[in-house]
Design a protein around this ligand. Structure first.
Ligand SMILES: Cc1cc2nc3c(=O)[nH]c(=O)nc-3n(C[C@H](O)[C@H](O)[C@H](O)COP(=O)(O)O)c2cc1C
Length: 390
């Protein structure tokens, strides 16, 4: 077993231990992957100010996100097919998040259902909704989320249709995998056998939020066609307002990358918005989330909490986002690498790595409390924002 010191170490194990189609489903962006690459690269352009001779005892990474206490300002982002990275992946990730003290978000496109996760955890979790054409399905899933004690709805606005990911098509991505020669060869690798054994031992191998709940959906293993048929291309601000009213609880709007849209979300009374380009999986060519964050913060001020996701692989990245003004962050791949590498223990390890990096970096910046981070901790290149013409 290699010594694990950073998220990249978990990523290498994830790659070795997981069938190729699922690792590549995680580790890819749409089209040329420019936005996917820049989400991480742009963090590295921001530099930190080293300060010395500050009492660094009694440090804290604790904060709040929409009034919830968090051990650090990080939530687990909704990810589809988490339960294909490892059997029962959503349950494992939710348990790790609960024990660590950060929120977990369950995707509509998860393998384990809302009820599966509620049964396996104590703390309330968040549920992410994709708006489907079938309105009865949306009504029903909101009622199921309420019945399961879900404490906030994350409504994703940047995926009414799917940005193409070449690798998913080339790998013929399905859940569960089809018995093809290519898959058989891939799974013959002994490093995948634990994945296979755990998958054979669970009954959760397809989209349990949907199959048996949505009308006429018995088999949606071919996710790309299904998404094209079912996701609602008519989703507009009126519909967002209707869903807000129907839900009636805390609402987080995800996939906001433009100040004008952020303003609309604040007008609608969102409790938080997530500055996000879906991890570079949708509009290829969009700017990175970290780069769009300052202009969105300027637009909405303190009318709503502003969080960001996309490209966080280190505690230093979390620090930079918070110091730029985000109240919270979300991580996708950073925890999926932990899950694919080592299951529940791997998600815990990913969270520990990020918190330790955040804590030490904060201290070396001369700060004891994550809530005191600000622009004074950063050196931001002159062309970081504002050099793009409309
Ligand atoms: C494999 C994968 C599946 C995803 N599935 C969903 C999803 O079902 N719903 C959603 O709102 N976002 C989804 N996302 C986007 C994440 O919620 C988040 O915005 C993104 O992962 C953040 O970027 P990062 O992975 O660089 O941290 C997915 C991302 C990945 C990597």
């Amino acid at each position: 077993m290699p010594v694990i010191t950073c998220i990249d170490d978990l990523k290498a194990l994830h790659r070795a231990r997981t069938p190729r189609m699922f690792y590549e489903y995680c580790e890819s962006g749409s089209y040329t992957e420019q936005t996917f690459r820049e989400n991480t690269a742009d963090f590295d352009r921001i530099r930190l100010r080293q300060r010395v001779a500050v009492d660094l005892s009694d440090r804290s990474t604790a904060s709040t996100m929409i009034g919830t206490d968090v051990a650090m300002p990080v939530a687990l982002a909704p990810v589809g097919m988490c339960g294909m990275q490892r059997a029962d992946g959503e349950i494992k990730a939710a348990r790790a998040a609960e024990a660590f003290g950060v929120p977990f978000t369950l995707s509509t496109m998860s393998i384990c259902s809302i009820e599966d996760v509620a049964e396996a955890t104590q703390a309330p979790f968040w549920f992410q909704l994709y708006v489907m054409r079938d309105e009865a399905f949306v009504d029903d899933i909101l009622a199921r989320a309420r019945a399961a004690g879900v404490s906030a709805l994350v409504l994703t606005l940047d995926l009414q249709l799917l940005g193409q990911r070449h690798r998913d098509l080339k790998n013929a991505l399905t859940a569960p995998p089809q018995p093809t020669l290519a898959n058989a060869i891939d799974m013959a690798d002994p490093r995948r056998w634990r994945w296979i054994a755990e998958m054979l031992a669970t009954r959760r191998r397809t989209f349990r939020n949907i199959v048996g709940h949505a009308k006429g959906v018995e088999n949606l293993s071919e996710i790309h066609n299904w998404t094209a048929q079912q996701f609602d291309p008519r989703l507009d601000w009126d519909k967002v307002a209707r869903i807000r009213d129907e839900w009636g609880g805390k609402l987080i709007l995800k996939g906001i990358l433009d100040p004008a849209d952020a303003g609309r979300c604040a007008d609608l009374g969102a409790d938080a918005i997530i500055v996000s380009n879906h991890g570079g999986r949708q509009l290829d060519g969009a700017l990175s989330s970290i780069r769009m964050l300052p202009s969105i913060l300027r637009e909405v001020g303190d009318r709503t909490e502003v969080w960001m996701d996309g490209g966080i692989r280190k505690g230093q990245d979390i620090l930079k986002a918070i110091a730029l003004g985000a109240k919270g962050t979300m991580i996708g791949r950073a925890y999926l690498h932990g899950l694919g590498a080592m299951g529940e223990a791997g998600v815990t390890r990913a969270l520990e790595i990020l918190r330790r990096e955040l804590d030490v970096t904060m201290a070396l910046c001369g700060e004891r409390d994550v809530r005191n981070l600000g622009r004074h901790n950063l050196l931001v290149p002159g062309d970081f924002e504002g050099s793009w013409q409309e």
